[in-house]
Ligand binder design. Sequence first.
Ligand code: ZN
Ligand code: FE
Length: 269
Amino acid sequence: MITYDGHVHTPFCPHGSSDSLESYVEAAIQLGYKGMTFAEHAPLPATFCDPVPAQDSAMTFSKLNHYLEEVKLLKEQYQRHFTIRIGLEVDYIEGFEEETRSFLNEVGPFLDDAILSVHFIRLADRYICMDYSPESFKECVLELGSVEAVYDCYFETVLKSIHANLGFHKPERIGHVTLVRKFQKQFPATFPYINKLKPIFAEMKKRNLSLDINGAGVKKPLCKESYPPVEIEKLVSEYQIRCIYGSDAHAASQLASGAAIVQPFFRSK
Ligand code: ZN
Ligand code: FE
């Protein structure tokens, strides 16, 4: 039974809805949840150029303090009957580890929770937001040579994120580990990919990191499955990885996305 949502966005997200923080909390209470983590996209490193056209992948640095203050206020307001954790979804960007570490050193003391996610992959001479659109995914395929090469690149980057020295406040949960499958209906995996996750889970287990069981993909027309999909559940339980549900909601109406489908990850736990 899912009663906690560990991955919720907010009006501070430039590509999300303007639904208020309160509206997320009230919707979650209606669903019978006991708590949630607000995990807004942390500001990207100052020297990193957001490759998406509107450059709106993450919250701007100027809004960070306001965000932290607002969530803290709400946390105090609801503390008697609903748990709110102050969090961030932090991008791992290969080559920007130092900046990410100093950011986390600065902001970490104000956080209760955080997610480490890969959206950007490094190509020969630039970065691409792999999950931005089918077109951006296709660019990755053309540059790397095959869909399988994009999977390998994505999973290698996730593995690097797990190994990266991001300091004392490094997030302890890995976000949407199979985001590379967001457009799988258009770019099917014609190769077995499940084994490719083994080194990731082995390293996560070693470091006691938890896994975001992210329901957002279920409603994406070219994905139609969770990140990771239910077929991965056996492997996840084999490695005894702790699972935390995340709706990845960017609007209050998106809370509980995919929650029914991901139940197998949470049976009798
Ligand atoms: Zn987002
Ligand atoms: Fe994400």
